[in-house]
Design a protein around this ligand. Structure first.
Ligand code: F6P
Length: 496
Protein backbone atom coordinates (compact mmCIF):
# COMPACT_ATOMS: atom_id res chain seq x y z
CA UNK A 1 0.00 0.00 0.00
CA UNK A 2 2.70 2.47 1.09
CA UNK A 3 4.76 2.25 -2.10
CA UNK A 4 1.70 2.97 -4.34
CA UNK A 5 0.47 5.83 -2.21
CA UNK A 6 0.51 9.59 -2.63
CA UNK A 7 3.69 11.69 -2.66
CA UNK A 8 2.00 14.75 -1.16
CA UNK A 9 -0.65 14.63 1.56
CA UNK A 10 -2.63 17.28 3.36
CA UNK A 11 -4.53 16.64 6.59
CA UNK A 12 -7.11 18.92 8.15
CA UNK A 13 -10.25 18.58 10.21
CA UNK A 14 -12.42 20.40 7.65
CA UNK A 15 -11.91 19.12 4.15
CA UNK A 16 -12.34 20.75 0.75
CA UNK A 17 -15.83 19.30 0.30
CA UNK A 18 -18.97 18.86 2.41
CA UNK A 19 -22.24 17.08 1.69
CA UNK A 20 -25.96 17.70 2.10
CA UNK A 21 -28.56 14.95 2.17
CA UNK A 22 -32.07 15.64 0.82
CA UNK A 23 -35.32 13.92 1.76
CA UNK A 24 -35.00 11.47 -1.16
CA UNK A 25 -31.64 10.32 0.18
CA UNK A 26 -29.65 12.04 -2.58
CA UNK A 27 -26.29 13.56 -1.64
CA UNK A 28 -25.09 16.89 -2.98
CA UNK A 29 -21.45 17.91 -2.69
CA UNK A 30 -20.42 21.47 -1.94
CA UNK A 31 -16.82 22.48 -2.53
CA UNK A 32 -15.15 24.97 -0.19
CA UNK A 33 -12.54 27.63 -0.89
CA UNK A 34 -9.71 29.11 1.13
CA UNK A 35 -5.93 29.19 1.15
CA UNK A 36 -5.32 25.44 1.26
CA UNK A 37 -7.66 24.68 -1.63
CA UNK A 38 -6.02 27.20 -3.94
CA UNK A 39 -2.55 26.40 -2.54
CA UNK A 40 -2.96 22.76 -3.39
CA UNK A 41 -4.11 23.61 -6.91
CA UNK A 42 -0.53 24.87 -7.52
CA UNK A 43 0.94 21.39 -7.63
CA UNK A 44 -1.33 20.20 -10.48
CA UNK A 45 -3.27 16.92 -10.82
CA UNK A 46 -0.17 14.90 -11.84
CA UNK A 47 1.16 15.21 -8.26
CA UNK A 48 -1.76 12.99 -7.26
CA UNK A 49 -2.02 14.54 -3.81
CA UNK A 50 -4.41 13.16 -1.22
CA UNK A 51 -6.34 15.28 1.25
CA UNK A 52 -7.31 13.48 4.46
CA UNK A 53 -10.14 15.15 6.39
CA UNK A 54 -12.93 14.29 8.79
CA UNK A 55 -16.66 13.81 8.18
CA UNK A 56 -18.31 16.72 10.00
CA UNK A 57 -22.01 15.96 9.59
CA UNK A 58 -24.43 13.07 9.11
CA UNK A 59 -24.46 13.78 5.37
CA UNK A 60 -20.64 13.62 5.26
CA UNK A 61 -20.80 10.29 7.12
CA UNK A 62 -23.31 8.98 4.63
CA UNK A 63 -21.01 10.03 1.76
CA UNK A 64 -18.17 8.11 3.41
CA UNK A 65 -20.37 5.02 3.81
CA UNK A 66 -21.30 5.12 0.13
CA UNK A 67 -17.65 5.44 -0.91
CA UNK A 68 -14.81 2.96 -0.98
CA UNK A 69 -12.98 3.27 2.37
CA UNK A 70 -13.80 6.98 2.54
CA UNK A 71 -12.10 7.73 -0.79
CA UNK A 72 -14.66 10.12 -2.24
CA UNK A 73 -15.65 9.89 -5.90
CA UNK A 74 -13.71 12.47 -7.90
CA UNK A 75 -16.85 14.04 -9.43
CA UNK A 76 -17.78 15.24 -5.91
CA UNK A 77 -14.35 16.76 -5.24
CA UNK A 78 -13.50 18.50 -8.51
CA UNK A 79 -10.84 15.86 -9.26
CA UNK A 80 -9.04 16.21 -5.92
CA UNK A 81 -8.29 12.88 -4.19
CA UNK A 82 -10.01 13.14 -0.82
CA UNK A 83 -10.12 10.54 1.93
CA UNK A 84 -12.81 11.43 4.45
CA UNK A 85 -12.69 9.73 7.84
CA UNK A 86 -15.89 8.56 9.48
CA UNK A 87 -14.76 9.08 13.05
CA UNK A 88 -17.43 8.18 15.62
CA UNK A 89 -19.64 11.27 16.01
CA UNK A 90 -19.21 11.41 19.80
CA UNK A 91 -15.45 11.06 19.56
CA UNK A 92 -15.36 13.77 16.91
CA UNK A 93 -17.54 16.09 18.98
CA UNK A 94 -15.35 15.63 22.10
CA UNK A 95 -12.21 16.27 20.05
CA UNK A 96 -13.51 19.15 17.90
CA UNK A 97 -16.01 20.94 20.15
CA UNK A 98 -14.57 19.84 23.48
CA UNK A 99 -10.79 20.01 23.17
CA UNK A 100 -9.93 21.80 19.90
CA UNK A 101 -12.50 24.60 20.02
CA UNK A 102 -13.22 24.93 23.76
CA UNK A 103 -9.68 24.45 25.09
CA UNK A 104 -6.93 24.84 22.48
CA UNK A 105 -8.67 27.64 20.58
CA UNK A 106 -9.34 29.44 23.87
CA UNK A 107 -5.73 29.04 25.01
CA UNK A 108 -4.18 30.25 21.76
CA UNK A 109 -6.61 33.20 21.48
CA UNK A 110 -6.53 33.93 25.24
CA UNK A 111 -10.32 33.86 25.52
CA UNK A 112 -10.93 32.52 29.02
CA UNK A 113 -12.67 34.55 31.71
CA UNK A 114 -10.07 33.25 34.15
CA UNK A 115 -11.82 33.71 37.53
CA UNK A 116 -14.14 30.85 36.56
CA UNK A 117 -12.49 29.00 33.70
CA UNK A 118 -10.81 26.83 32.53
CA UNK A 119 -11.53 23.87 34.81
CA UNK A 120 -9.54 20.77 33.97
CA UNK A 121 -11.59 17.98 35.54
CA UNK A 122 -12.59 14.38 34.79
CA UNK A 123 -14.76 15.52 31.88
CA UNK A 124 -11.75 17.25 30.33
CA UNK A 125 -9.73 14.02 30.67
CA UNK A 126 -12.54 12.05 29.01
CA UNK A 127 -12.60 14.50 26.08
CA UNK A 128 -8.82 14.45 25.88
CA UNK A 129 -8.92 10.67 25.35
CA UNK A 130 -11.23 11.34 22.36
CA UNK A 131 -8.84 13.99 21.04
CA UNK A 132 -6.05 11.39 21.12
CA UNK A 133 -8.25 8.80 19.37
CA UNK A 134 -9.24 11.33 16.71
CA UNK A 135 -5.59 12.31 16.11
CA UNK A 136 -4.69 8.60 15.92
CA UNK A 137 -7.36 8.00 13.26
CA UNK A 138 -5.73 10.71 11.12
CA UNK A 139 -2.22 9.36 11.71
CA UNK A 140 -3.29 5.85 10.71
CA UNK A 141 -5.08 7.03 7.55
CA UNK A 142 -2.08 9.14 6.53
CA UNK A 143 0.26 6.21 7.16
CA UNK A 144 -1.91 4.09 4.84
CA UNK A 145 -2.15 6.70 2.09
CA UNK A 146 1.47 7.92 1.90
CA UNK A 147 4.07 6.68 -0.58
CA UNK A 148 7.61 6.01 0.67
CA UNK A 149 9.26 9.28 1.68
CA UNK A 150 6.09 11.31 0.94
CA UNK A 151 5.59 14.86 2.25
CA UNK A 152 2.69 15.29 4.68
CA UNK A 153 1.33 18.72 5.58
CA UNK A 154 -0.76 18.54 8.76
CA UNK A 155 -2.97 21.54 9.54
CA UNK A 156 -3.88 23.28 12.77
CA UNK A 157 -4.59 22.78 16.45
CA UNK A 158 -7.09 19.98 15.82
CA UNK A 159 -4.21 17.73 14.77
CA UNK A 160 -1.42 18.67 17.17
CA UNK A 161 -0.63 15.07 18.09
CA UNK A 162 -0.55 13.73 14.53
CA UNK A 163 3.10 14.51 13.68
CA UNK A 164 4.51 12.30 16.47
CA UNK A 165 1.93 9.54 16.01
CA UNK A 166 2.63 9.47 12.28
CA UNK A 167 6.41 9.57 12.78
CA UNK A 168 6.11 6.44 14.93
CA UNK A 169 4.08 4.66 12.25
CA UNK A 170 6.09 5.89 9.26
CA UNK A 171 9.61 7.16 10.08
CA UNK A 172 10.32 7.52 6.34
CA UNK A 173 7.92 10.46 5.82
CA UNK A 174 8.70 14.19 5.70
CA UNK A 175 6.18 15.67 8.13
CA UNK A 176 5.19 19.33 8.37
CA UNK A 177 2.61 20.97 10.61
CA UNK A 178 1.11 24.42 9.99
CA UNK A 179 -0.71 26.52 12.61
CA UNK A 180 -3.39 28.84 11.23
CA UNK A 181 -3.98 30.29 14.70
CA UNK A 182 -1.81 32.34 17.01
CA UNK A 183 0.26 30.41 19.52
CA UNK A 184 -0.33 31.19 23.21
CA UNK A 185 2.31 33.07 25.17
CA UNK A 186 4.06 30.76 27.70
CA UNK A 187 2.34 32.17 30.78
CA UNK A 188 -1.08 31.48 29.22
CA UNK A 189 -0.05 28.07 27.82
CA UNK A 190 1.01 27.17 31.37
CA UNK A 191 -2.68 27.07 32.35
CA UNK A 192 -2.92 23.66 30.71
CA UNK A 193 -2.10 20.65 32.92
CA UNK A 194 1.62 19.92 32.69
CA UNK A 195 1.26 16.50 31.07
CA UNK A 196 -1.10 17.94 28.42
CA UNK A 197 1.30 20.80 27.62
CA UNK A 198 4.06 18.25 27.19
CA UNK A 199 1.87 16.01 24.98
CA UNK A 200 1.03 18.97 22.74
CA UNK A 201 4.62 20.11 22.35
CA UNK A 202 6.02 16.60 21.89
CA UNK A 203 3.22 15.91 19.41
CA UNK A 204 4.24 18.90 17.32
CA UNK A 205 7.94 18.04 17.59
CA UNK A 206 7.26 14.81 15.74
CA UNK A 207 7.32 17.05 12.64
CA UNK A 208 10.41 17.91 10.61
CA UNK A 209 9.12 21.42 10.24
CA UNK A 210 6.53 23.60 11.96
CA UNK A 211 5.02 26.53 10.06
CA UNK A 212 3.40 29.63 11.55
CA UNK A 213 1.72 32.68 10.05
CA UNK A 214 3.95 35.22 11.78
CA UNK A 215 7.22 35.43 13.66
CA UNK A 216 5.31 36.36 16.80
CA UNK A 217 3.45 33.01 16.88
CA UNK A 218 6.60 31.07 15.95
CA UNK A 219 8.53 32.62 18.84
CA UNK A 220 5.66 31.95 21.26
CA UNK A 221 5.77 28.27 20.31
CA UNK A 222 9.53 28.15 20.81
CA UNK A 223 9.18 29.75 24.24
CA UNK A 224 6.47 27.25 25.24
CA UNK A 225 8.55 24.32 23.98
CA UNK A 226 11.55 25.65 25.94
CA UNK A 227 9.58 25.29 29.19
CA UNK A 228 8.73 21.62 28.77
CA UNK A 229 11.91 19.67 29.41
CA UNK A 230 15.22 21.48 29.26
CA UNK A 231 17.16 18.19 29.29
CA UNK A 232 15.48 16.84 26.19
CA UNK A 233 14.41 19.95 24.26
CA UNK A 234 16.88 22.65 23.23
CA UNK A 235 15.25 25.68 21.68
CA UNK A 236 16.70 28.54 19.72
CA UNK A 237 19.39 26.64 17.90
CA UNK A 238 20.11 29.20 15.18
CA UNK A 239 17.87 28.69 12.19
CA UNK A 240 18.91 28.48 8.57
CA UNK A 241 18.67 31.67 6.54
CA UNK A 242 15.00 32.55 6.32
CA UNK A 243 14.04 30.21 9.18
CA UNK A 244 13.49 31.85 12.59
CA UNK A 245 14.81 28.88 14.47
CA UNK A 246 15.01 25.23 15.14
CA UNK A 247 14.52 22.94 18.10
CA UNK A 248 16.73 19.98 18.87
CA UNK A 249 15.19 17.22 20.90
CA UNK A 250 15.46 13.63 22.01
CA UNK A 251 12.51 11.81 23.54
CA UNK A 252 14.78 9.10 24.98
CA UNK A 253 17.06 11.59 26.72
CA UNK A 254 20.01 10.21 24.69
CA UNK A 255 21.45 10.99 21.27
CA UNK A 256 20.75 11.01 18.43
CA UNK A 257 19.04 14.37 18.52
CA UNK A 258 16.23 15.17 16.08
CA UNK A 259 15.75 18.64 14.65
CA UNK A 260 12.44 20.37 14.04
CA UNK A 261 12.77 23.50 11.91
CA UNK A 262 10.51 26.48 12.53
CA UNK A 263 9.30 28.47 9.51
CA UNK A 264 7.08 31.50 8.91
CA UNK A 265 4.73 31.76 5.93
CA UNK A 266 2.37 34.74 6.00
CA UNK A 267 -0.51 33.58 3.83
CA UNK A 268 -1.57 36.39 1.49
CA UNK A 269 -4.75 37.18 -0.42
CA UNK A 270 -5.46 35.51 -3.75
CA UNK A 271 -5.63 38.68 -5.88
CA UNK A 272 -6.42 37.06 -9.25
CA UNK A 273 -9.27 35.01 -7.89
CA UNK A 274 -10.71 37.84 -5.77
CA UNK A 275 -10.61 40.52 -8.47
CA UNK A 276 -12.25 38.21 -11.01
CA UNK A 277 -14.87 36.93 -8.60
CA UNK A 278 -15.67 40.44 -7.34
CA UNK A 279 -16.69 41.50 -10.86
CA UNK A 280 -19.22 38.74 -11.52
CA UNK A 281 -22.86 39.77 -12.02
CA UNK A 282 -24.07 38.36 -8.68
CA UNK A 283 -21.68 40.72 -6.85
CA UNK A 284 -23.01 43.69 -8.86
CA UNK A 285 -26.55 42.68 -7.85
CA UNK A 286 -25.54 42.54 -4.18
CA UNK A 287 -23.91 45.97 -4.49
CA UNK A 288 -27.18 47.45 -5.71
CA UNK A 289 -29.08 45.84 -2.85
CA UNK A 290 -26.52 47.08 -0.31
CA UNK A 291 -26.55 50.61 -1.73
CA UNK A 292 -30.32 50.66 -1.24
CA UNK A 293 -29.91 49.57 2.40
CA UNK A 294 -27.14 52.10 3.07
CA UNK A 295 -28.81 55.10 1.40
CA UNK A 296 -27.50 57.78 -0.94
CA UNK A 297 -24.23 59.59 -0.17
CA UNK A 298 -23.42 57.85 3.11
CA UNK A 299 -20.04 56.47 4.14
CA UNK A 300 -19.65 52.84 5.10
CA UNK A 301 -17.70 51.08 7.82
CA UNK A 302 -17.57 47.42 6.78
CA UNK A 303 -16.72 44.31 8.74
CA UNK A 304 -17.00 40.69 7.58
CA UNK A 305 -16.37 37.86 10.03
CA UNK A 306 -17.46 34.48 11.20
CA UNK A 307 -19.37 35.13 14.45
CA UNK A 308 -16.30 34.11 16.35
CA UNK A 309 -15.48 35.10 19.93
CA UNK A 310 -11.98 36.21 18.97
CA UNK A 311 -13.24 38.56 16.23
CA UNK A 312 -14.44 41.12 18.78
CA UNK A 313 -17.62 42.07 16.92
CA UNK A 314 -19.40 43.34 20.03
CA UNK A 315 -16.64 45.82 20.92
CA UNK A 316 -16.64 46.88 17.27
CA UNK A 317 -20.32 47.77 17.62
CA UNK A 318 -19.67 49.55 20.93
CA UNK A 319 -16.92 51.58 19.23
CA UNK A 320 -19.34 52.55 16.48
CA UNK A 321 -21.89 53.63 19.11
CA UNK A 322 -19.13 55.68 20.75
CA UNK A 323 -18.39 57.29 17.36
CA UNK A 324 -22.03 58.36 17.01
CA UNK A 325 -21.98 59.74 20.57
CA UNK A 326 -18.66 61.59 20.47
CA UNK A 327 -18.88 62.81 16.88
CA UNK A 328 -22.64 63.31 16.37
CA UNK A 329 -21.91 64.89 12.97
CA UNK A 330 -21.65 61.30 11.66
CA UNK A 331 -25.27 60.55 12.48
CA UNK A 332 -27.23 60.01 9.25
CA UNK A 333 -23.92 60.19 7.32
CA UNK A 334 -22.42 56.76 8.01
CA UNK A 335 -23.63 53.15 8.11
CA UNK A 336 -21.88 50.23 9.83
CA UNK A 337 -22.26 47.24 7.49
CA UNK A 338 -21.55 44.20 9.66
CA UNK A 339 -21.62 40.66 8.32
CA UNK A 340 -21.36 38.10 11.12
CA UNK A 341 -21.73 34.63 9.68
CA UNK A 342 -22.67 31.62 11.86
CA UNK A 343 -19.81 29.60 13.28
CA UNK A 344 -19.48 26.69 15.74
CA UNK A 345 -23.13 26.89 16.75
CA UNK A 346 -22.86 23.57 18.62
CA UNK A 347 -21.16 25.54 21.39
CA UNK A 348 -23.45 27.50 23.74
CA UNK A 349 -20.89 30.28 24.20
CA UNK A 350 -20.90 30.92 20.42
CA UNK A 351 -24.72 30.95 20.33
CA UNK A 352 -24.77 33.43 23.22
CA UNK A 353 -22.17 35.60 21.50
CA UNK A 354 -24.21 35.60 18.26
CA UNK A 355 -27.27 36.71 20.24
CA UNK A 356 -25.26 39.50 21.90
CA UNK A 357 -24.05 40.78 18.51
CA UNK A 358 -27.67 40.97 17.36
CA UNK A 359 -28.83 42.57 20.60
CA UNK A 360 -26.21 45.34 20.52
CA UNK A 361 -26.84 46.05 16.83
CA UNK A 362 -30.59 46.34 17.48
CA UNK A 363 -29.97 48.57 20.49
CA UNK A 364 -27.87 50.97 18.39
CA UNK A 365 -30.55 51.05 15.68
CA UNK A 366 -33.29 51.65 18.27
CA UNK A 367 -31.31 54.47 19.94
CA UNK A 368 -29.97 56.37 16.93
CA UNK A 369 -31.95 55.20 13.88
CA UNK A 370 -34.30 57.57 12.05
CA UNK A 371 -37.01 56.83 9.48
CA UNK A 372 -34.50 57.20 6.64
CA UNK A 373 -31.34 55.86 8.30
CA UNK A 374 -30.48 52.47 9.78
CA UNK A 375 -27.13 52.95 11.56
CA UNK A 376 -26.16 49.24 11.61
CA UNK A 377 -26.94 46.93 8.69
CA UNK A 378 -26.31 43.46 10.11
CA UNK A 379 -26.45 40.28 8.03
CA UNK A 380 -25.96 36.87 9.57
CA UNK A 381 -26.51 34.60 6.55
CA UNK A 382 -23.27 33.61 4.84
CA UNK A 383 -23.11 35.02 1.32
CA UNK A 384 -19.67 35.30 -0.30
CA UNK A 385 -20.91 37.46 -3.20
CA UNK A 386 -22.39 39.94 -0.71
CA UNK A 387 -19.12 39.98 1.26
CA UNK A 388 -17.26 40.92 -1.92
CA UNK A 389 -19.87 43.58 -2.68
CA UNK A 390 -19.27 45.09 0.77
CA UNK A 391 -15.49 44.96 0.24
CA UNK A 392 -15.90 46.92 -3.00
CA UNK A 393 -18.09 49.57 -1.36
CA UNK A 394 -16.21 49.97 1.91
CA UNK A 395 -14.87 53.40 2.90
CA UNK A 396 -13.47 51.96 6.12
CA UNK A 397 -12.80 48.30 6.97
CA UNK A 398 -12.94 47.44 10.66
CA UNK A 399 -10.80 44.43 11.61
CA UNK A 400 -10.40 44.48 15.39
CA UNK A 401 -9.85 40.91 16.65
CA UNK A 402 -8.76 40.23 20.22
CA UNK A 403 -6.15 37.93 18.68
CA UNK A 404 -6.02 36.34 15.24
CA UNK A 405 -3.57 34.07 13.42
CA UNK A 406 -3.61 36.28 10.33
CA UNK A 407 -7.06 37.67 9.36
CA UNK A 408 -7.48 37.46 5.63
CA UNK A 409 -10.34 39.99 5.53
CA UNK A 410 -7.75 42.67 6.35
CA UNK A 411 -5.83 41.57 3.28
CA UNK A 412 -8.78 41.02 0.96
CA UNK A 413 -10.59 44.35 1.34
CA UNK A 414 -7.73 46.53 -0.04
CA UNK A 415 -7.36 44.17 -3.01
CA UNK A 416 -11.02 44.41 -4.01
CA UNK A 417 -11.93 47.95 -2.91
CA UNK A 418 -13.27 50.17 -5.75
CA UNK A 419 -12.43 53.63 -4.41
CA UNK A 420 -9.81 52.84 -1.78
CA UNK A 421 -10.55 51.93 1.79
CA UNK A 422 -8.98 52.84 5.13
CA UNK A 423 -8.08 49.83 7.23
CA UNK A 424 -8.64 50.06 10.99
CA UNK A 425 -6.66 47.08 12.23
CA UNK A 426 -6.09 45.43 15.57
CA UNK A 427 -2.45 45.22 16.52
CA UNK A 428 -3.21 41.69 17.77
CA UNK A 429 -4.01 40.35 14.28
CA UNK A 430 -1.23 38.47 12.51
CA UNK A 431 -1.86 40.66 9.45
CA UNK A 432 -0.68 43.65 11.49
CA UNK A 433 2.92 42.44 11.12
CA UNK A 434 2.70 43.07 7.36
CA UNK A 435 0.10 45.86 7.09
CA UNK A 436 0.93 48.10 10.07
CA UNK A 437 2.48 50.89 8.02
CA UNK A 438 -0.66 51.75 6.09
CA UNK A 439 -3.33 50.78 8.61
CA UNK A 440 -4.72 52.68 11.58
CA UNK A 441 -3.77 50.52 14.55
CA UNK A 442 -6.13 49.83 17.42
CA UNK A 443 -5.97 48.13 20.78
CA UNK A 444 -8.97 45.77 20.43
CA UNK A 445 -10.11 46.28 24.04
CA UNK A 446 -10.06 50.09 23.79
CA UNK A 447 -13.52 51.03 22.57
CA UNK A 448 -12.89 54.77 22.77
CA UNK A 449 -9.58 54.40 20.95
CA UNK A 450 -11.32 52.36 18.25
CA UNK A 451 -14.04 55.02 17.91
CA UNK A 452 -11.34 57.68 17.45
CA UNK A 453 -9.63 55.49 14.85
CA UNK A 454 -12.93 55.16 12.97
CA UNK A 455 -13.34 58.95 13.02
CA UNK A 456 -9.79 59.43 11.69
CA UNK A 457 -10.43 56.82 9.00
CA UNK A 458 -13.69 58.42 7.89
CA UNK A 459 -12.05 61.84 7.56
CA UNK A 460 -8.96 60.71 5.63
CA UNK A 461 -8.56 62.66 2.34
CA UNK A 462 -9.41 60.52 -0.70
CA UNK A 463 -5.90 60.86 -2.23
CA UNK A 464 -4.19 59.50 0.91
CA UNK A 465 -6.78 56.78 1.15
CA UNK A 466 -6.26 55.60 -2.45
CA UNK A 467 -2.45 55.63 -2.08
CA UNK A 468 -2.61 53.75 1.20
CA UNK A 469 -4.95 51.14 -0.27
CA UNK A 470 -2.55 50.49 -3.13
CA UNK A 471 0.31 49.87 -0.72
CA UNK A 472 -1.91 47.68 1.48
CA UNK A 473 -2.95 45.61 -1.54
CA UNK A 474 0.70 45.12 -2.53
CA UNK A 475 1.64 43.96 0.96
CA UNK A 476 -1.50 41.81 1.21
CA UNK A 477 -0.72 39.87 -1.95
CA UNK A 478 3.02 39.36 -1.37
CA UNK A 479 2.58 35.64 -0.71
CA UNK A 480 -0.37 34.27 -2.72
CA UNK A 481 -1.80 30.90 -1.59
CA UNK A 482 -0.07 28.93 -4.34
CA UNK A 483 3.38 30.32 -3.40
CA UNK A 484 2.56 29.95 0.30
CA UNK A 485 1.89 26.25 -0.25
CA UNK A 486 4.85 25.57 -2.57
CA UNK A 487 7.29 27.36 -0.23
CA UNK A 488 6.26 25.08 2.63
CA UNK A 489 6.54 22.00 0.49
CA UNK A 490 9.99 22.95 -0.79
CA UNK A 491 11.22 23.85 2.70
CA UNK A 492 9.91 20.53 4.03
CA UNK A 493 11.54 18.54 1.27
CA UNK A 494 14.93 20.18 1.84
CA UNK A 495 14.82 20.29 5.66
CA UNK A 496 16.78 17.73 7.60
O1 F6P B 1 -8.18 29.90 11.91
C1 F6P B 1 -8.07 28.55 12.20
C2 F6P B 1 -9.13 27.76 11.47
O2 F6P B 1 -8.99 26.39 11.68
C3 F6P B 1 -9.04 28.05 9.99
O3 F6P B 1 -8.09 27.25 9.36
C4 F6P B 1 -10.47 27.88 9.58
O4 F6P B 1 -10.80 28.72 8.52
C5 F6P B 1 -11.26 28.32 10.79
O5 F6P B 1 -10.44 28.11 11.90
C6 F6P B 1 -12.63 27.68 10.76
O6 F6P B 1 -12.90 26.86 11.77
P1 F6P B 1 -14.06 25.78 11.73
O7 F6P B 1 -13.61 24.67 10.83
O8 F6P B 1 -14.20 25.38 13.14
O9 F6P B 1 -15.28 26.45 11.19
Amino acid sequence: MASKGARILVASNRGPVSFALDETGALTAKRGGGGLVSGLSAIGPEADAVWVCSALSDADREAVRRSLDGRLPSDTTGGQRVRMLDIDARVHSDAYNGIANSVLWFVHHMLYQTPLEPVFDAEFRRQWASYEAYNRAFAEALAEEAADGAAVLVQDYHLTLVPRMLRELRPDLRIGHFSHTPWAPPEYFRMLPDDIRARLVWGMLGADRLGFLTWRWAHAFMQCAGEIDGDRIAVGVPGRPGEPGSIEHTDTGRPPLSTTWIGVHGLGADADFLRKRAHQPDVAERMNALRAEIGEGRKTIVRVDRTELSKNIVRGLLAYRELLETWPEWRERVVHVAFAYPSRQDLAVYREYTAEVQRVAEEINATYGTPGWTPVVLHVKDDFARSLAAYRLADVALVNPIRDGMNLVAKEVPVVSDEGCVLVLSREAGAYEELAEDAIAVNPYDVQGTAAALHTALTMPSGDRAEGTKRLADAATALPPTRWFLDQLEALETSG
